[in-house]
Design a protein around this ligand. Sequence first.
Ligand code: ADP
Ligand code: MG
Length: 243
Amino acid sequence: MQSAIEVKNLHKSFGNLHVLQGVSMTVGEGEVVSVIGPSGSGKSTLARCICRLEDINDGEIYLYGQRVDNGKHSNKEVATLVGMIFQQFNLFPHLSVLDNITLCPIQAKGMKKKEAEDLAIRLLERVGLGDKVYAKPSQLSGGQQQRVAIARALAMQPKIMLFDEPTSALDPELVGEVLEVIAQLAETGMTMVIITHEMLFAKDVSDRIIFMADGNIVEQGSPQDIMVKPAHPRTQAFLQRML
Ligand code: ADP
Ligand code: MG
């Protein structure tokens, strides 16, 4: 079976800082993979390299068998394959929820306005915000805004969703509603990479967990292997702090 994501020997530096030191990973179609690890270990950089927000120094990145790191694909093409959700929701404050969601499908994909709006409304219902179509972002809670951001990413109909600490900016009582939407999405068979500090969520939702430290993948395996009987002392120490 063809992999959705294949990263081979990826190196990324910022100046003298060698952030990714030869990372190799594969994500199968429909697989849900969580990436955990200490702050500064290179998780966000890895995600940003996969969706072409960063140039890489060495290695190869393939999405559905197509090499995307060699400049032959525009960022726009990659953006239609991969939807990315960040800690900060980055909604356009002056636009309604509906317009936030329809903007990219109309402008970047050439979707008809009516079609884009129908899709947006369906997606808003799916994330539990069918009654917020005409609201402005400032009228929504952080959890609601992040759910709009997820609907906005889904409106581009990506084949892969990448989440980078989607709940880290939220008040604790709003975390659950966002995790629930992500868990529902995982059940639809969407290919997903989730960077998270929510260990119990990662254990529940993932097919596989990758533990990163210092720019390397230290170990990976089933949630049971990584969370319950991690082999590596670094993973053990990290989980002891987190759980
Ligand atoms: P994580 O997401 O695991 O916390 P990051 O990928 O954000 O880690 O960061 C890894 C390292 O790379 C950190 O030391 C961070 O300061 C550095 N870094 C990340 N982005 C940049 C950048 N644009 N310029 C310089 N250094 C960066
Ligand atoms: Mg990060």
